[in-house]
Design a protein. Structure first.
Length: 119
């Protein structure tokens, strides 16, 4: 009996073998709408402004009516501090007990800032 080889989780492939799509794939429409509506200054090498990154994570409604679903439900201030830390070229350490969305937040931060959460 041969066992099919699936390396989607290892090589970053998306498709039926993937456990779940990457953030930049699952929320591509929201990221595209944010980029189109984003007229604020962006740090060097960022795809979105800090405002747009925070809006992507916390959710909201854009002027064109596009609804951005919240990816993190919690104090907005925590996300603002995290985004500001990254925008000022400092290291960000997410600290907490297991199950408090640290990996989830970091994946979505990477997707919004660089467009690639698989780095």
């Amino acid at each position: 009996m041969t066992v099919p080889e699936t390396t989607a989780a290892v090589d970053g492939a998306t498709g039926p073998e993937a456990l779940r799509p990457h953030a930049e794939d699952a929320f591509a429409d929201e990221l595209k709408a944010l980029a189109a509506a984003d007229d604020r200054p962006r740090p060097a090498r960022w795809r979105l402004s800090p405002w747009a990154v925070a809006t992507y994570l916390q959710g909201g409604t854009l002027p064109d009516g596009t609804v951005i679903t919240p990816k993190y439900v919690g104090p907005r201030r925590l996300i603002e501090v995290a985004v500001t830390t990254l925008a000022t070229d400092r290291a960000l350490l997410l600290l907490g007990v297991p199950g408090t969305a640290k990996t989830w937040v970091s994946e979505h931060l990477a997707a919004a800032v660089s467009g690639d959460s698989t780095l």
